[in-house]
Ligand binder design. Structure first.
Ligand SMILES: Cc1cc2nc3c(=O)[nH]c(=O)nc-3n(C[C@H](O)[C@H](O)[C@H](O)COP(=O)(O)OP(=O)(O)OC[C@H]3O[C@@H](n4cnc5c(N)ncnc54)[C@H](O)[C@@H]3O)c2cc1C
Ligand code: SF4
Length: 509
């Protein structure tokens, strides 16, 4: 009997993937490939490419050890096709195959490419998520507003996580109120696990060094795990050392502390090396056995079964044009300092420098620093989206786009969030220690040396008043502006115009 081709993509590195479950290892051939089109459709961070190629090679080796026949296309093999469809066609001829079994891709772009591929492809739902697509669509049906909190409660009920019978453990669904503390420097701050590259990873690092010299980011040192065993060790270290304080300092930023109490597990979850429900159950055990407080564990679980599942559902529901939304008609080009960290703004410099070096920044840096600046400065949301998609090791469009286009840039007009996450310098000052060492003065509202976030904040709100003025959640803020002294208003707008003019001229900020 002819074999079927079993497609396993770079973010499907899960042994019980739907396509593998449907396959017969005595008959079928698993197809995996490092194709140039996937590595190049944006200039992905070199650490992200290396992580995925190394993890794919090890996953393929593991499948072979389990008795699978694997046809693996390496990037440096001249026969490997440039695209996933091309590679399937090549293997189809090689094995005289009888159709393809695939697991549904996360991104619209790839779904389209497989739809257009002239082979018979049976696509199975990706059941590595807690909510199925149909379940999310049913939940969303008929609702006037889609808010994460309501969806999250249903996911708690569905999984039984942190439930005492029908009630939320501790009597509350959400402990976010307790989770907004600034952090202090701590000599004993936990660090994410650092994995030393083995021979396979070293070989991939050398390949990436030569093949992607013009891509973003710094490749070495490279300390990501590249298999499930390593990712599980990283998760255990997080549970032991950082989870107990994850809640309290979830929104904090500290100069020189790149990870604080965050898990740095998103890249493993998104590639399929870790299972989201397992991870949440592990976190719940930490609370039930008295090793981590409820506010931390609830916060962590909410990010995964709440936000992660919610944005995935929205991405599917919003359709392939979501990334071209531009509700606020923002058109400015992304400044060069997003690529090279060459800025005097200490908070931006810290977030972008660690993005270059680590392919990682935590949520508040993405949302309230780099995202906030782009929002206030009116940067084209599609350019912002492409930046976020390129620079983080965990970036895939299904999770990145709702966070960028929706939550951070409000370019979807309020699908993900009910108001823009816009903030002046006071927010960064409250949640971090960056301002103390900054060339700008966070207390100055306008004029020479004023923190750029301050005048840009007001300028953003006034520039977009026609669109945002009716948003009930912004009413008090617009009322504050209306009460403000006329000279202060003029000074803020003049400062904003000077900063935006400098940005347009490519000047230093
Ligand atoms: C503009 C912007 C772009 C983003 N792009 C991505 C992206 O490409 N890929 C990605 O995985 N996350 C993205 N996020 C969400 C979030 O910032 C990252 O998931 C998180 O910083 C990953 O670091 P961590 O593993 O240490 O997370 P932790 O703070 O330890 O949180 C635990 C887990 O919760 C999940 N999570 C937390 N917040 C979110 C969220 N808002 N949406 C989805 N999952 C969440 C992640 O899986 C994460 O590993 C983005 C956020 C913003 C504001
Ligand atoms: S003063 Fe402004 S630019 Fe400087 S670190 Fe503070 S918030 Fe950032």
């Amino acid at each position: 009997m002819s074999p079927r081709l079993i497609l396993v993509l770079g973010d499907q590195l899960t042994p019980d993937l739907a396509a593998l479950r449907a396959a017969d290892r005595t008959r079928d051939v698993v197809v995996m490939a490092e194709v140039a089109d996937e590595a190049n459709y944006v200039k992905h961070h070199v650490k992200k490419i290396a992580f995925l190629f190394a993890a794919m090679r090890k996953f393929a080796t593991g499948l072979e050890a389990d008795g699978w026949r694997v046809a693996y296309g390496r990037l440096d093999d001249p026969d490997t096709s440039r695209s996933i469809c091309g590679e399937l066609m090549r293997r189809n001829s090689e094995f005289d195959a009888e159709g393809v079994i695939a697991t549904e891709c996360g991104e619209w772009r790839l779904r389209q490419a497989l739809d257009d591929c002239p082979l018979t492809i049976e696509t199975l739902p990706d059941d590595r998520f807690i909510a199925t697509r149909a379940e999310f669509a049913a939940w969303a049906e008929g609702r006037k507003e889609l808010r994460m909190e309501w969806f999250y409660r249903d996911m708690r009920r569905k999984t039984g996580l942190l439930m005492d019978g029908d009630d939320p453990a501790g009597g509350k669904w959400n402990f976010d109120h307790d989770n907004r503390k600034p952090a202090d420097p701590d000599l004993f701050m936990p660090r994410p696990m650092r994995h030393e590259p083995d021979a396979i990873t070293e070989e991939v690092l050398a390949l990436v060094e030569t093949r992607f010299p013009d891509h973003f980011g710094q490749l070495r040192p490279f300390h990501f795990a590249t298999d499930t065993a390593g990712a599980k060790r990283a998760a255990s270290k997080f549970m032991r050392e950082a989870l107990p304080r994850f809640g309290d300092f979830q929104d904090a930023m500290l100069e020189g502390e790149r990870f604080l109490y965050h898990s740095v597990l998103s890249l493993y979850l998104n590639a399929g090396l870790l299972d989201s429900l397992d991870l949440c159950q592990q976190a719940e055990t930490e609370w039930r056995e008295g090793r981590a407080p409820l506010n931390a564990v609830e916060g962590f679980i909410r990010q995964i079964i709440g936000w992660r599942e919610f944005v995935r559902g929205l991405y599917d529901l919003q359709g392939p044009d979501y990334t071209s939304r531009n509700h606020l008609n923002a058109t400015r080009a992304l400044p060069d300092f997003y690529w090279n960290a060459d800025t005097d703004m200490a908070c931006m410099k810290a977030a972008i420098t660690q993005t270059i070096e680590e392919a990682y920044a935590h949520h508040i840096q993405r949302l309230m620093v780099t995202g906030n600046f782009a929002l206030l400065a009116g940067i084209d949301p599609h350019e912002v989206h492409e930046w976020y998609l390129a620079v983080y090791a965990d970036a895939y469009e299904w999770v990145e786009a709702p966070n960028t286009i929706g939550m951070s840039q409000f370019a979807d007009g309020g699908v993900v969030g009910s108001k823009p996450y816009a903030a002046s310098g006071a927010y960064v000052d409250r949640m971090s220690d960056h301002c103390a060492g900054c060339a700008y003065d966070v207390k100055r509202k306008s004029g020479e040396g004023a923190c750029p976030f301050n005048p840009l904040y007001w300028d953003f709100l006034i520039r977009n008043r026609e669109t945002l003025g009716k948003n009930a959640r912004l009413g008090r803020i617009y009322a504050n502006w209306d009460r403000m002294d006329g000279t202060k208003k003029d000074a803020a707008r003049a400062s904003a115009a000077a900063i935006l003019g400098r940005l347009d001229a490519g000047g230093r900020i």
